[in-house]
Structure formats: C-alpha cells, structure tokens
Design a protein around this ligand. Structure first.
Ligand code: NAP
Length: 488
C-alpha cells in the first residue's frame, strides 16, 4: 500500500489508501488525488480517489462491524476512546506539523487544533458510560414509560478542510461512544490529517470496520451512493451551507437523521463601556485563529461610536504586527489560505466593500508569489449592502462598522441568514447577557474571543445548521430514543 512520510520524525508513514474494514486498500481503478501545500503550490502526496462502489464497500465494512460494536460494553468503548486520546496527544507535535503543512495554518493554531481534536476522544470516553435512560409513570397511571437510547446505526461523516483533525474527531468520538460504526469522508484538500488520525485510532485498538475512511474527488456521487444504501441511518456534515442544502435533499430520500454544522458570519459587538484591552485580545482570537478560516470567525465588527476610533487604531496595530508566512515556519502567526479560490473570494469581498465606500485601514492587497497568502486586513466604514456583511469572508479581514444604540447593534448582528456564533463585549454584564439573548445564533461569547469547547454544545441556528456537536447533546445525535410501554 502506498504511504506518505511527512518531514521530521513520526510514528509511521501515513497510509494513503482507503480504510475499508481491517485494511488500507488502493482505489480499484488506481485513481489518485493530489494534495498540495498551499504555502508553495507544490504537491505533497497523492491519496486514493474512491468511486461510488468503494463507498458501498465501506458501508459493507461498517455493517459487518455494527452489531458487535453496538454490543461492546460501554466501559470498553470508553477505554478504546481514551486510548485514542492518549495516542493522539503523544503525536501532538507531529500531527500539528502535518496540519500546518497541508492546511497552511500557523503551527500554534495547528497545535491548538490537535489538543481540541483529541479532547473529543477524552470527553466522549467519559460520556460513553453515561448514556442516559428514562423511566416515568404515564399520567393516566398503569403504563410505565421506559426510554432507552440506542445507537442510531451506520453514520456517514463528511468534514471540511479548515479543521481537518477536529472536525473528524468531533463526529467520530460521539458516534463510537454511542455504539455506531462510521464512514469518514474527509475534504479533498486535507485528507492526510484524517488518514493519520484514522491510523492512530486503528493502532490504539479501534476494531476493524468501526471507522472506515473514503477519500474521493467525486464527493457528490460517492456520498449519494452511501446515503441511498438503506443500511445507513445517520449523516453528520460540517461544511458550507450550500453543500449542506444539497446533502439534506439527498438524505431526504431515505429520511436519514441529519446533523448539519454549516457556515457562519459572526458579529463581534463592542459597547463603549467594554474593556478595550480585553476586546482587542478577544478580537485577535475571534478573527485570527486559523487566519480567519473558521466557521466561528468574527467577520462583522460592530463597534459603538464612543470607542470606535480607538478600537480600530488598536486592531490595526495588533493585526499589522502579525508575521505572515508558511504554517510550518515557527515564526508564522498568520498562515496561508487553503487555495487560490479562497484568496480570490477575499479579494472580491474587499473590492466590493471598498467600491461601496469602505476605507482600507490595513492590508487589503494580495502579495505577489505562488503561495495562497492574504495579509491581515482591517476595513472600516463598511456600508450596508456590502457583500462582506452577508457572505463568509473566511480569511484575515476584519470589516468594521460603527453603531449608536443597543437596538441598532442587535438589528445589525441579526441581519444575516447565518446564526452560528456571536461575540459581545461590555463592562455591564446585564447588558451583555440581554444582548446575547437577542442575537439569533447558537453560541455567544461574552467578553471572550473563543467559544469552542468539547464540553459545550456547538452548533447554529437559522441556515448555520441543525443539531449540536460536543457535550452530551453531541452524543444524542447518534442515538435513537426507544420508548417501551410497560404494564408493571
Ligand atoms: P464544503 O465545500 O461545503 O465542503 C465540505 C465537505 O463536503 C468536503 O469534504 C467536501 O468534499 C464535501 N462535499 C462537497 N460537495 C459535496 C457533495 N455534493 N456531496 C457530499 N459531500 C460534498 O466546505 P469547505 O469549503 O470544505 O469548508 C468551509 C465551510 O465549512 C465554511 O462554510 C465553514 O463555515 C464551514 N464550517 C462549519 C463548521 C461548523 O461547525 N458549523 C466548522 C467548520 C467549517 P471536497 O473537499 O471534495 O469538496
């Protein structure tokens, strides 16, 4: 079987085939997909390019393992997940370098991602032995209502390139904790990380067929074939709202339970009474984690007029001091964008905003060269109707707009089809919490720049998604509530 050995010492050469059951196998027709380094454009490796039949072979493998995994004692499932946590953390630096190489993000971001990704194994190891049940008396008496949470069945897990390790473990860990087997379809841009994580899991003791991995350049036909196999009962997708809509239609044919973690366009609201230092620190995390390539990234900065100019000046100073470069360079603080198309989208949104009257305070110009870089940028006076207020920029650009009143801030924050995350800064906690209640989104950070936590329910309202990942909510996405009526 072919493999890829990343630079530096590592525990194994990464298998670049399809993980179907107990074996890594090449695609039947020998087809491969090239994986490129976004910082240079050079090809790093090739991985197997599956056809729809291989998607079905992965379902066969998941089906063969399903009964015994569902019957495996929760304590044993927990031990396997905990072994995955330790095995992954033992390779934190190696995995971080791999992520920095194929995704382009800076090493500190990549290290943070590995720790976050591994934490889902630990959290769900702890949850696997706490799957709830219910017992109640029906209001009419007589009947007892017994509810058991059973594994929902074979799950198709589709993940994006921006957190190639964490988006995979955020799905695999609760699926396994619940007793489900699965098929992971990672993003074509960043399959190496997913393959490395799968091999770590295999070596840590995950039984054959419980986790299968299918890489493909034809996600539509391959995922459609899987979703039309009657043995598949769960779809969990993280990616764009546009692809989420397509997959919901596909899942509808067999009425497959669907969890959707989709796009965001988070507002970052700063009131006059906010602690400016804290707001700037929070803005740097909320905007610049992953160089802005995060679904939770703060994109629309709404700043009250009394603090507006000072906030912009300080943000320009901090963003302007960041070192841009290849993710693998230890000095880099802002890495490469994933590909040329991503850079072109940022350029289009900035040009549109400037054309409608916004002022470039920092950056705003793509550097020459082969790498997919865009500089940290701040644009102020962004006018209503600018596309950047409605589309995810997915890059290191902060779009700032002033506001006067609390009602205006809430209306601006809610003026979007998305509802994933929001950030609110105020010295008055009562006001911050009242505003948090009024913003239509799944997650609000109050006086902090980070919401992600394996122990918290992660997910969106409106067109940002359906369902939640992380916490005990994430486990229930992989369970069916079975009601048993009992005459006692
Ligand atoms: P994407 O284009 O929607 O792709 C996501 C995944 O779906 C990839 O694995 C992709 O495969 C696959 N895919 C594409 N078309 C498909 C189809 N017709 N059928 C089945 N699968 C298909 O998104 P992306 O550009 O990778 O990721 C960025 C997006 O993800 C942003 O919108 C971001 O906000 C969102 N995101 C959301 C969360 C969250 O938790 N809410 C977290 C991270 C990212 P290929 O790679 O082969 O195209």
């Amino acid at each position: 079987m072919t493999s890829y050995t990343p630079p530096g010492d590592g525990p194994f050469a990464i298998p670049t085939g399809l993980l179907i059951g107990e074996r890594w196998i090449p695609a039947a027709n020998g087809a491969t997909i090239a994986v490129d380094d976004p910082a240079t454009g050079a090809t790093l490796a090739t991985v197997a390019d599956a056809a729809p039949e291989e998607g079905i072979a992965a379902v066969d493998a998941a089906a063969a393992a399903a009964t015994s995994w569902a019957a495996t004692a929760p304590r044993r499932r927990a031990e396997v997940l905990l072994a995955c946590y330790h095995a992954m953390m033992a390779q934190q630096e190696w995995l971080a370098r791999l992520i920095a190489l194929e995704n382009g993000k800076a090493l500190p971001d990549a290290r943070g991602e590995v720790a976050y990704a591994a934490e889902f194994f630990r959290w769900y190891a702890e949850e696997a032995v706490r799957i709830p049940g219910e017992l109640a008396t029906s209001p009419a008496g007589g009947n007892r209502i017994m509810v058991r949470y059973q594994p929902i069945g074979i799950a198709l897990l589709i993940t994006p390139w921006n957190f190639p390790a964490a988006m995979a473990t955020r799905k695999i860990a609760p699926a396994l904790a619940a007793g489900c087997t699965c098929i992971l379809k990672p993003a074509a841009e960043t399959p190496l990380t997913a393959l490395a994580v799968a091999e770590i899991m295999r070596r840590a003791g995950v039984p054959a067929g419980v986790v299968n991995v299918v890489t493909t350049s034809r996600p539509g036909p391959v995922c459609s074939a899987i979703l039309h196999d009657p043995r598949v009962r769960k779809l969990s997708f993280t990616g764009s709202t546009q692809v989420g809509r397509v997959l919901l239609r596909e899942a509808a044919d067999q009425v497959i339970s669907s969890s959707m973690e989709l796009g965001g366009n988070a507002p970052f609201v700063v009131f006059d009474d906010a602690d400016l230092d804290a707001a700037i620190d929070g803005a740097m995390v909320a905007k610049m984690r992953n160089a802005g390539e995060a679904c939770t990234a703060a994109n629309r900065f709404y700043v009250q007029r009394g603090i507006h100019d000072r906030f912009v000046a300080r943000l320009v100073e901090r963003m302007g001091a960041l070192t841009v470069g290849p993710g693998t360079d230890p000095a880099t603080q802002c890495g490469a964008m994933i590909n040329r198309k991503a850079v072109e989208k940022i350029e289009r949104l900035v040009a549109d905003a400037v054309g409608k009257g916004a002022r470039v305070e920092l950056g705003g110009r793509t550097p020459a060269g082969d790498g997919c870089f865009y500089p940290p940028s701040v644009i102020a006076d962004v006018r209503p109707g600018s596309a950047i207020l409605h589309e995810e920029v997915f890059g290191p650009v902060a779009a700032v707009t002033g506001f006067d009143t609390e009602d205006e801030a809430v209306a601006l924050a809610n003026d979007t089809e998305y509802g994933l995350a929001a950030y609110v800064y105020s010295g008055d906690l009562r006001r911050a919490l009242a505003v948090a209640d009024r913003i239509d989104c799944g997650m609000v950070a109050v006086n902090r720049g980070l919401v992600s936590d394996a122990a918290a329910p992660f997910g969106g309202m409106k067109q940002s998604g359906l369902g939640r990942e992380g916490s005990h909510h994430g486990l229930l996405e992989y369970c069916e509530a079975k009601y048993i009526a009992v005459t006692w």
